[in-house]
Design a protein around this ligand. Structure first.
Ligand SMILES: O=C(O)c1ccccc1NCC(=O)[C@H](O)[C@H](O)COP(=O)(O)O
Length: 206
């Protein structure tokens, strides 16, 4: 099981998390997020084994491409109401796309259909007050309604306390876990010990 640490921005903290070798690291380019990297963000050197994911909310393709090039991003996470056409345009530029869906009791699973051939991954997050970073898990039994065709990232309130429960999702096309506020000391600052604890628990999930 792969791991994405999302919402990084502090250089020292990025280095500390890099040392733990998650497969993905996420950087938020959405101004209204408490984890927004900022306009003057300088990307520290990150080992090539860690893929850099840019997180965007309802951003123009032009701006996404500019930022992707500036920070050498490999994957684009679209966390708002982006269209299938925008996914196609980004893929045509050589970027991999993670399309996010915010899941609640009333989620219409047919909305994922048009994105199937256009996204590399889906990410299922909790529907909440904010676009992301709601620090709450959704009812994972809702995933039974997903046809599992496209591999997905699971997010929403994941922490060392509930990682073991992911075992219930065995056999589904779950590709990676995305952790954020559940391993934080403060918005954007991750706690290395909590991440180590997640990694330890992941070993037994395989
Ligand atoms: O984290 C944010 O502040 C955020 C704001 C707007 C869009 C996306 C955001 N986060 C992206 C993520 O992939 C988070 O890891 C995901 O929403 C889960 O967060 P959490 O519930 O805190 O674990």
């Amino acid at each position: 099981m792969k791991l994405k640490i999302c919402g990084m921005r502090d250089a020292e903290n990025i280095q500390a998390v890099t040392a733990l070798s998650p497969q993905y690291m996420g950087f938020i380019f959405y101004r209204k997020s408490p984890r927004f990297v900022g306009d003057d963000f300088v990307m520290p050197a990150i080992s090539p084994g860690i893929k850099k994911v840019g997180v965007f909310v309802n951003e123009t393709t032009e701006n996404i491409l500019r930022i992707a090039s500036r920070y050498d991003l490999t994957l684009i996470q679209l966390h708002g109401h982006e269209t299938p056409e925008q996914c196609r345009d980004l893929k045509a530029k050589g970027l991999s796309v993670i399309k996010v869906f915010s899941v609640g009791e009333d989620f219409d699973w047919s909305t994922v259909q048009p994105y199937k051939s256009l996204a590399d991954f889906f990410l299922f997050d909790t529907k909440g007050k904010y676009y992301g970073g709601n620090a709450q898990a959704f009812d994972w039994s809702l995933l039974q309604k997903y046809d599992q065709e496209i591999p997905f990232f699971l997010s929403g309130g994941l922490s060392p306390e509930n990682i073991d429960d992911v075992d219930r999702l065995k056999g589904m096309n779950l590709y990676a876990l995305d952790v954020n506020s559940g391993v934080e000391d403060s918005p954007g600052v991750k706690n290395a010990s909590k991440i180590e604890s997640v990694l330890e628990k992941l070993k037994s999930l395989k």
